[in-house]
Design a protein. Structure first.
Length: 98
């Protein structure tokens, strides 16, 4: 596994160490969990923003966020983001074939 370096404030390091002691794990375990969870949230925020700007479909945004479509739609609802629809497509569905 590659190694990287980052700078943390004394307070951040104390909080990480305190949590590591409570969980009985090494500081590195807490940092990996925090980075993984934070990365998921950053990916979600980016996917939602791209969807809101109309740069991608809900399906593409869901895939980019690592979620299924229904999970992503639930996430949108939870964030108060309306589901975008293509009016022409909806009209075709309502009018039916022919």
């Amino acid at each position: 596994m590659p190694v990287t370096t980052l700078r943390l404030s004394d307070e951040e390091l104390r909080r990480i160490d305190r949590l590591a002691r409570k969980q009985g794990v090494d500081r590195a375990v807490i940092l990996r969990k925090a980075i993984s969870g934070g990365l998921r949230e950053v990916q979600m925020e980016e996917a939602v923003a791209r969807y809101q700007r109309g740069e991608c479909s809900a399906w593409r945004a869901a895939s980019d966020a690592g979620l299924g479509l229904w999970e992503f739609l639930d996430e949108l609802r939870g964030r108060g983001v309306p589901f975008r629809t293509d009016e022409r497509h909806l009209e075709e569905l309502i009018e039916g074939p022919g």
